[in-house]
Structure formats: C-alpha cells, structure tokens
Design a binder for this molecule. Structure first.
Ligand code: R5P
Length: 282
C-alpha cells in the first residue's frame, strides 16, 4: 500500500514507518486555489490518503487528491480523514438547513473505496457506521489520551463534560483501570454552555476531563470551574480534536494541563493517532 498525505496530515503519515510513502507537490496559488501534482506512479496500486479536513481549503485538497488518485489508476483508495469538518451539522436542526456532513461525506465516498474517521462528532461509538447510506469506520482516540494521563497524573478520575462523551470516556477510563463519571451540560448558544449542578466524588482528586473536541473552549472552561468548586485537587484537559478557535489562554488559566491529539496539529498535540491509523490500515 502507498500512503499519501495532504498538507494537514503530513506529520501523521511520517510516523507510519512500515508503509511506503508516495511523493507529491502541493502548492497554493496566490489566489488561494490549490495545486496538487502526484510524483509517484500509483497505477494498479492500493493507496491511502491521510488528510484531516480541518477547514474548507483542506476539504478542497481532499477532493482534488482523491480524484487525482482515481485518475492516475489507483486500484483501491482509502480515505483516512482524522478530523472531519462539518461533522456537527449532521442533522437539520432547523427547517431548511443544509445537511453539511452528508454532502461532505458523499463527495468523499464517490471518490474512495473506504472512509476512516477519528471520533467523528456525530458518531459516539467506535466501529463501522452507516450515515445516510455511506459506510465509514470510526476510530476512537480517547483511550490513547487516557493512557497518556494515566502515566502523567497520579490516580486520575476521568470526567466527561456532557452525556455525549459519557460512553467514550467511560470506555477510555476502563481500558486504563481508572474511575470515571460525567457532567450534565446545557448548550445556550454556539459559544456558551452551562454545566448543570451535579455532585461528583472528586474532592481532593486529580481530575482529567476528556472530550471529542475543544472548539471555543466554553465547555472545558465551565466544566473546569464546576469541578474546582467541588474541590478537585488538579484539573487536566484532553481532547481528540484541538480546534482552539478562541486560543488556549482561558483554558490554560483554568487547568494544570491541556493536551490534544494530532488530528489537528497544535502545540498541545502530545498524543499521536498514528498507531491507531497504522493498526487500521493493516
Ligand atoms: C459537544 O457535544 C462536544 O462533545 C464538545 O463538548 C463541544 O463541541 C465543544 O465545543 P466548545 O469547545 O465550543 O464548547
């Protein structure tokens, strides 16, 4: 199999030591349009494209790259999309809204033979899923985060900041022989959340809050405050996808540690998802 990476996931492909890497050129024209040229012959070969769709530009690159592999005669194309943009618009929450996640995945599925994602926001469990007739494999990176904290933090208790993350956090904690619990969250709007009153047994404990993503940071900031008020000894924050769209200052003020995986490459990417991808590609 030949591994190719788009510009947002080169750091992941580099860690996949046992696979041969395809060569390419990716440039951005002055008007921000993308240029891709494949320098490796992929005719009749199985290929995997690793590319986090972190924004609209990365999405366009994904489409162009998948089409190119098809045009150049790859025998099988696996689309590995560690971060899937638009995954929060998986439903028509209001009449007339675009079903963005479906559109994105349809375009990708038309250009590939299989789709692998990591903690896609609308999939709460790992494994094979069907979404509007599109099959995809969802990998769960939270056990890797839990393993990191198990080594760094003494006797941690893992907390999910809302019911949506409850199952994956419980599973990640169990895999790492640790206790777990969850908070109840009410979303007020896109930027503001409220953590509902709930007493947890965390007094004087080292608390690790795990979530699939940190976007504005509102969820983690409010969860940290609530747990500190309940007497947590230390607060550690971990997420799979670190978007940090409002920066990390407020998060770092509230917590002792802030880390994410490298589905989106950040300074806080202390855990790589490469082993997860490698296992999946084998
Ligand atoms: C919600 O369902 C998700 O698991 C995250 O809690 C949420 O998307 C985080 O967003 P923010 O950082 O903007 O609070």
């Amino acid at each position: 199999m030949i591994i190719l990476s788009g510009s947002s996931s080169e750091h992941i492909a580099e860690k996949l030591d046992d696979f041969s890497k395809g060569q390419k050129e990716i440039e951005t024209f002055p008007d921000s349009e993308k240029y891709i040229r494949l320098l490796t012959n992929v005719e009749g070969k199985e290929c995997a494209l690793i590319q986090s769709a972190i924004d609209n530009n990365a999405l366009i690159e994904t489409y162009l790259f998948l089409d190119l592999l098809k045009d150049m005669g790859a025998s099988k194309i696996q689309a590995v999309i560690p971060y899937l943009a638009y995954a929060r618009q998986d439903k028509r929450f209001l009449e007339g809204e675009a079903l963005s996640a479906k559109t994105i995945l349809e375009i990708i599925s038309q250009r590939s033979d299989s789709i692998t994602v990591v903690n896609a926001h609308f999939l709460q469990e790992p494994g094979t899923h069907q979404f509007h007739g599109i099959q995809m494999q969802n990998l769960d990176a939270t056990p890797l985060l839990a393993r990191y904290f198990r080594k760094q933090v003494e006797d941690p208790v893992f907390i999910a900041p809302d019911k949506g993350s409850r199952e994956i956090v419980a599973n990640a904690a169990k895999q790492n022989d640790s206790e777990h619990d969850y908070l109840d969250k009410k979303r007020i709007d896109g930027e503001n959340v409220e953590i509902l009153p709930k007493n947890l047994d965390i007094e004087n404990r080292n608390v690790v809050i795990l979530d699939d993503m940190i976007s504005t940071g509102g969820t983690m900031v409010e969860a940290s405050k609530a747990l500190k008020e309940q007497g947590a000894k230390s607060i550690h924050l971990g997420c799979v996808h670190g978007l940090f769209i409002k920066g990390t200052e407020e998060l770092e003020e509230q917590a002792d540690t802030l880390i994410c995986t490298d589905t989106i490459e950040q300074e806080q990417s202390k855990v790589s998802i490469a082993p997860l991808i490698e296992k999946n590609l084998r």
